[in-house]
Design a protein around this ligand. Structure first.
Ligand code: NDP
Length: 450
């Protein structure tokens, strides 16, 4: 048997790669990891974590407004973008250091540089020039923002730059209607930026339950976010008054910042996949089987670079399963991609588990839909027009709950636990016999009638 420098070489120190490296090392494997940017990857540095901090910041004005109804006198609150970004960066550095420390404490050798395959079992490190041979490799390099190319597209930013804007723009145009677009629309609008969204279709959040997407659009309109539908950017020009955006409809919009949120691409840049013989699909994602193995037996891949379900906890589960199976001979926990709970941290936020109504109707002939829409007590008391939407989809013959879709305050936290119920194959009868917790928003979910 050939001798290798390491048992496992992980490329990419994000959520999936770090989990796999640590677990493999805990099973006794000799592990090295290469990360060319920041440990923690997109989630910690340019994604979920800083995004959620900005979302929290953007929701304070609503609370300040509501506080008057609760007897608090008006405060003269001033917002300072620079201090938020500085504080956020301090927190991200702290988290990144924890990621690195955990790797070192697990016995993983860290290479803070780019790694490229020379062949299926040899990696070359870009800065040190070092060569490392590996019995197995794991590609966990994530994704990067897709940037459409059109005249002036270089004047636009993506989510990568949005976390480090030197100042808050006065006017922003967000292109795209997915997760990142609606989350940043909520952040900017909440912080007082004149915000608009441009989508090529008619509806935000394609792929989510349509009732949720429609109600989110209503709320966003009420919050002053303009929605420009069925159009795309033809060009952006720099003018004295800002960026002049020409749309495919002939309309023009002048803003300070254009942010492209038109999806993400698998990050296979400079990996040397050809030298290793690793196959990618037509979108550039690394093709893997159910065990995350590529077409090359010694090379595996997890997370966004495989474009399965691009969410941090999914990458973590894939990384854990890979390492447990290969180095611990442990059968991994089953991962049902259809029952992964997910949230969109727009304002108001969305929480969802299972099939959308359209998917459920396609899959099952006899679907019952229970739905309620109401103003929560906190909102009604404060005079807010915000509403909560709850929608439950039931397969009638079996009484199985096949989808739950929520919009409103705090629903992301609910979605996590509804995920437990649906993973345990809960029936509607199980929801119904659960006693309501009063007074709460979530209680409406077990008292729904239909
Ligand atoms: P999404 O895939 O969610 O949305 C992409 C959006 O861009 C869609 O509205 C799409 O329109 C539009 N679009 C795509 N190509 C073009 C184009 N050429 N011109 C105009 N519009 C275009 O991508 P995001 O970038 O928002 O997010 C990337 C991924 O990151 C998500 O899929 C998600 O997995 C993850 N993520 C998760 C979060 C969470 O869990 N809360 C938060 C943020 C990101 P159309 O609908 O017409 O196709």
């Amino acid at each position: 048997m050939a001798n290798y420098d390491v048992d496992l070489f992980v490329i990419g120190g994000g959520s999936g790669g770090v989990r796999a490296a640590r677990v493999a090392a805990s099973h006794g494997a000799r592990v090295a990891i290469a990360e060319q940017a920041n440990f923690g990857g997109t989630c910690v540095n340019r994604g979920c974590v800083p995004k959620k901090l900005l979302v929290y910041a953007s929701r304070f004005p609503d609370q300040f407004r509501a506080s008057r109804a609760y007897g608090w006198q008006q405060q003269d609150a001033q917002f300072d973008w620079a201090s938020l970004i500085t504080h956020k960066d301090t927190e991200i550095s702290r988290l990144e250091a924890i990621y690195q420390r955990n790797l070192v404490n697990s016995g993983v050798v860290i290479h803070a540089e780019q790694a490229t395959f020379e062949d299926a079992n040899t990696l070359r490190l870009a800065t040190s020039g070092q060569r490392v041979t590996a019995r197995y490799s794991l590609i966990a390099t994530g994704g990067y923002p897709h940037r459409a190319v059109f005249p002036g597209s270089e004047l636009a930013i993506t989510s990568d730059e949005a976390f480090h804007l030197p100042e808050l723009p006065g006017r922003v145009l967000i292109v795209g209607g997915g997760y990142i677009a609606v989350e940043f629309a909520g952040i900017f609008a909440g912080l007082g930026v004149q915000t608009s969204i441009m989508i090529r279709g008619q509806q935000l959040l394609r792929g989510f339950d349509e009732d949720l997407a429609r109600l989110l659009a209503e709320h966003q309109t009420r919050r002053g976010i303009a929605l420009h539908t069925e159009q795309f950017i033809r060009q952006i020009e720099q003018t004295a008054d800002g960026l002049r955006v020409s749309s495919s409809t002939g309309a023009t919009y002048t803003v300070d910042t254009v942010m492209l949120c038109t999806g993400r691409k698998p990050n296979t840049r400079a990996l040397g996949l050809e030298q290793a013989g690793v196959a990618v699909d037509d979108k550039g994602a690394i093709q893997v089987d159910a065990h995350s193995r590529t077409n090359i037996p010694s090379i595996y891949a997890v997370g966004d670079v495989t474009d399965r379900l691009n969410l941090t906890p999914v990458a973590i589960r894939e990384g854990q399963a890979f390492a447990d199976q290969l180095f611990g001979q442990i059968t991994p926990l089953e991962l049902d991609y259809e029952l992964v709970p997910t949230a969109v941290f727009s304002t108001p936020e969305l929480g969802t588990v299972g099939l959308t109504e359209a998917q459920a109707r396609e899959r099952f002939p006899d679907i019952r839909v229970l739905q309620t829409r109401f103003r929560a007590m906190t909102q009604a008391f404060a005079g807010s027009e915000d509403q909560v939407l709850m929608k439950v989809l039931i397969d009638n013959p079996t009484d199985r709950v096949v989808g739950v879709h929520l919009l409103g305050e705090g629903v992301a936290e609910m979605a996590q636990l509804i995920g437990v119920a649906l993973t345990a194959s809960a029936r509607w009868q199980d929801f119904r016999r659960t006693v309501a917790l009063h007074p709460s928003i979530a209680e409406e979910l077990v008292t729904l009638r239909g």
